[in-house]
Structures are given as structure tokens and as C-alpha cells.
Design a protein around this ligand. Structure first.
Ligand code: KG4
Ligand code: ZN
Length: 358
């Protein structure tokens, strides 16, 4: 019988401590210990020192849970995959140091993994028909939106010889934000409205009760003719609106807040969907995929589906637990690297500003 390929994945780039077991490309366990509500909510954002300290105390129990959840012994592991960046330096280091120590103790390679690639591979949890050769998925266009990045990426398979399954994937950024990330815009507006942290989810829940056409907010760069994004002006526009309401001595009451939440959510998603629409027309992908924490947004998910239907494209949206930060996506990114032969055990450090490049 063919021996299985078992990976322990570790993710600690921001404020979730996560560990997962991925075996033969299937997620066996995915444990996520979030610090958000317990710790950072009181400060209205992630405090790096607090995050790192919390990772230190959570990481070993999280790994143990991932192993027992997957019914895997440490001795069954073939690789350890860990997020190398981008992220908070001190948070990344906790995951990396733990992975290196464990790798050394077990005598197995530790694979540095790109967090941005992870968000893309969240689409491969159910293999996304990747093994079904009848369905062509590449080139794929992927919209990755989270608190730290907003990227439009074209994913393909490297041309050349070798069997299809072994050719490495390639990534090309075709557009990204020139200032704030989409998730950052959600979080900052949520903060202005006093919705607490993490704001994206709270804002989208409030938006359900609001009128998205109540406030006329800008759609920055929507007709810029390229695939760049900008969200900081939108945040300023909301700030002016809030100040204007305050000056008119009207209350920022619940209904007004809900209308503002719905209007800003609509503006952000209009821009994301419009750019993706134009990118589809230009790049003619076979499939489209979504990724990152903002992919958990219900309006974005439904608009994305509608767009796929309009273009008669196959589409993939990760289940909620694979949208926000998690280790399973890191394990999957590593799995496809291993399959393409990129498994060199190398010395590496945290790279807080790591980009997406191939
Ligand atoms: O991918 P992620 O967990 O971390 C980064 O890599 O940044 O993304 C977190 C971001 C936050 O900005 C959060 O507010 C946003 O994802 N987010 C949402 C929703 N759930 C999380 N934004 C809008 N609607 C949501 N339902
Ligand atoms: Zn992330």
C-alpha cells in the first residue's frame, strides 16, 4: 500500500493560533484558537505584544488538539508546514520557532509557506475537482481579500514537461490595493460606528438591517481602467458623513448606523465585483475563486456567485472556517508544493512583508 503523506501545518501570522493536519491533500483537522474576542476587542485592534504572548501559550495545546483530532501520532508526520509571512513579525516567529523545534526533534523537513498562497489554497479543501482532469480549472482568477491584502491573482500551471499533477502552480498578481485592504476598510468603518473588534463581521450583520442606497458613497477607482484598488478614500467619506450627522446634532441612531453599514458594504463590494468582472473579460479564466477573511462576507459571496453565473464560469468559495486565518490552508499550500517537488529543507526566517511571487 502506498504510504500516505502527512503534514502538520501551523499558522500564527496575526491573532489566530491555528494548527491542522493535512493528509494526502485532505484536511483531517483544523483547530483555530482566536484571540480576538478574549483579548484584542478591549483595545479595538490587534496588539502585537499581546498577540505574540498569547501564541506562545496557545501553540502547543493547539498542535496537540490538531493531532488528536486527526488521530495522528507525531511519528506519523512527514512534514511540518508553517507560515513564513506576511504578518506580524513577533507572531510569525512563535509559529516558526515551534515548527523548527518540532521538525528537529522529529527529524522531518519544515516548509516555509506563504500566507497569501494559503488563502488561495483554501479553495482546494475539497480538492476543487483538481484531480478531475475533465474539468479545466486553469487559468483561474482569484480574488483574495482580507485585513492585510486585496489581490487579484491569476493562477496557472507552469508550462513545460512533466506529468500534469506535478507541474507547479504559478501566480501572477494582476491587481492590488494602493492603500488600505478591503478588510481594513470594513474594520475602520466598524470602529467609527462603535461596533467593536473584529469589525467586518459586526458591520455585515448590522448592514442586513440597513438600506444600501441611503448614503451615496464613492466607489474609488472603479473606472480606473486597471485592476488596482483603493479603499482609504471611502473610509474618509464615511468619516465626513459621521461628522456631518454629529454637526447637525442628529443622533447617529441605530437605523442611521445600519444604513451607513449597508452603504459602505455595498460600495466596497461593488468595487471588488466590478474589477473582477472586468478582469474576467480581459483574462478569460476557466474558473474564479475567492479567498481571505472578507470572503466570509455574505453579500460578497452572493455577488460573486452571480458574477460566475453571468459569465458561465465554474466558481469556488471556501467554507467559512477556511476564509479567515487557519492552518489547513497552509497545509494545503505546502501539499501542492510537495507534489510539484519543491520540498527543499531550507533555513528561513519570518518575512513580515512577504509578497506573492513565483
Ligand atoms: O484573512 P484574515 O482572517 O486575516 C488577514 O490575513 O488579514 O482576514 C481578516 C479580515 C478582517 O478585516 C475582518 O474584519 C474581515 O476579514 N472579515 C469580514 C467578515 N469576516 C471577517 N469582512 C466582512 N464581512 C465579514 N463577514
Ligand atoms: Zn489572512
Amino acid at each position: 500500500m502506498k504510504k500516505s503523506l502527512t503534514i502538520l501545518a501551523i499558522e500564527s501570522s496575526c491573532d489566530e493560533t491555528s494548527a491542522a493536519v493535512v493528509q494526502d491533500g485532505k484536511v483531517k483537522s483544523n483547530i483555530i484558537a482566536s484571540q480576538a474576542l478574549k483579548l484584542h476587542a478591549q483595545y479595538g485592534g490587534v496588539v502585537p505584544e499581546v498577540a505574540a504572548r498569547e501564541h506562545v501559550s496557545a501553540i502547543i495545546p493547539t498542535i496537540e488538539l490538531a493531532l488528536t483530532g486527526a488521530k495522528i501520532q507525531k511519528s506519523d508526520l512527514d512534514y511540518i508546514a508553517v507560515t513564513k509571512g506576511p504578518g506580524l513579525a513577533t507572531s510569525l516567529m512563535v509559529g516558526i520557532d515551534t515548527a523548527k523545534a518540532l521538525g528537529l526533534a522529529l527529524g522531518i523537513p519544515v516548509l516555509p509557506t506563504n500566507h497569501l498562497e494559503g488563502h488561495i489554497y483554501a479553495n482546494f479543501v475539497r480538492k476543487f475537482q483538481i484531480t478531475n482532469s475533465k474539468i479545466q480549472i486553469f487559468p483561474a482568477l482569484i480574488l483574495t481579500v482580507s485585513g492585510g491584502h486585496t489581490l487579484l491573482v491569476e493562477m496557472s500551471r507552469k508550462a513545460g514537461s512533466g506529468s500534469a499533477g506535478k507541474k507547479p502552480h504559478t501566480f501572477r498578481i494582476i491587481g492590488q490595493t494602493v492603500d488600505d485592504a478591503a478588510g481594513e476598510a470594513f474594520d475602520k468603518v466598524a470602529r467609527m460606528l462603535g461596533l467593536g473588534y473584529p469589525g467586518g463581521l459586526q458591520l455585515s450583520l448590522l448592514a442586513r438591517k440597513g438600506n444600501p442606497n441611503k448614503f451615496k458613497l464613492p466607489r474609488p477607482m472603479i473606472n480606473s481602467g486597471n485592476f488596482q484598488f483603493s479603499f482609504s478614500g471611502l473610509k474618509t467619506a464615511v468619516l465626513y458623513t459621521v461628522q456631518k450627522i454629529a454637526r447637525s446634532s442628529k443622533m447617529l441612531d441605530k437605523k442611521t448606523k445600519a444604513d451607513l453599514a449597508a452603504s459602505v458594504q455595498q460600495a466596497i463590494i461593488d468595487v471588488l465585483i466590478s474589477k473582477l468582472d472586468k478582469a474576467i473579460q480581459q483574462y478569460r479564466p476557466k474558473t474564479i475563486m475567492l479567498g481571505g477573511g472578507v470572503a466570509a462576507n455574505e453579500l460578497l459571496r452572493s455577488e460573486f456567485e452571480k458574477l460566475a453565473k453571468k459569465h458561465k464560469l465554474k466558481s469556488s468559495i471556501p467554507a467559512l472556517e477556511y476564509c479567515t486565518d487557519n492552518a489547513a490552508m497552509i497545509g494545503l499550500a505546502a501539499y501542492y508544493k510537495i507534489k510539484s517537488g519543491k520540498t527543499r529543507n531550507q533555513n528561513f526566517q519570518a518575512e513580515p512583508n512577504l509578497g506573492l511571487h513565483h
